[in-house]
Design a binder for this molecule. Structure first.
Ligand code: NI
Length: 133
């Protein structure tokens, strides 16, 4: 896509914040940082407006916890049309890490993630909200 240049006027403290972001996140320049912020805003809007989005649900749990995997599988079958792929990694003797790639209407993805994260025995769960395009 063609790149256009434009001038930006910013208060000194905002410019300092931008430069801090560039430094901390190792952006190559200010343009890349501004691009990142605009994209982030667009993605957040899509999730707020219940558009078609994509993301990942990350779960860490103890596979010895009774019925946890059964309940998780039941929930995933109820939302099967949203699930693109599931990756299961055995972290150690007790712990499993599951990454569930999802795509669909934002509200349904949130609903699926909330149901999985709330299961008894889940040690940590997080929905990564990204974009389908
Ligand atoms: Ni495992």
């Amino acid at each position: 896509m063609k790149v256009k240049r434009f001038g930006v006027s910013l208060e000194e403290d905002l410019l300092e914040s931008l430069d801090k972001l560039v430094e901390e996140q190792k952006f190559p320049n200010r343009s890349q940082a501004i691009r990142f912020l605009i994209k982030k805003n667009i993605v957040e809007e899509k999730w707020l407006e219940n558009e078609e989005v994509a993301g990942a649900i990350v779960l860490v749990y103890d596979h010895h916890k009774k019925d946890l995997q059964k309940h998780s599988t039941d929930i995933q079958h109820n939302f099967h049309d949203l699930i693109l792929a599931v990756q299961h990694v055995h972290l150690d003797h007790d712990n499993c890490l599951e990454t569930i790639a999802v795509k669909g209407k934002a509200q349904r993805l949130i609903s699926l993630a909330n149901k999985l994260i709330a299961l008894k025995g889940i040690k940590h769960g997080k929905l990564v909200m990204s974009t389908a395009r």
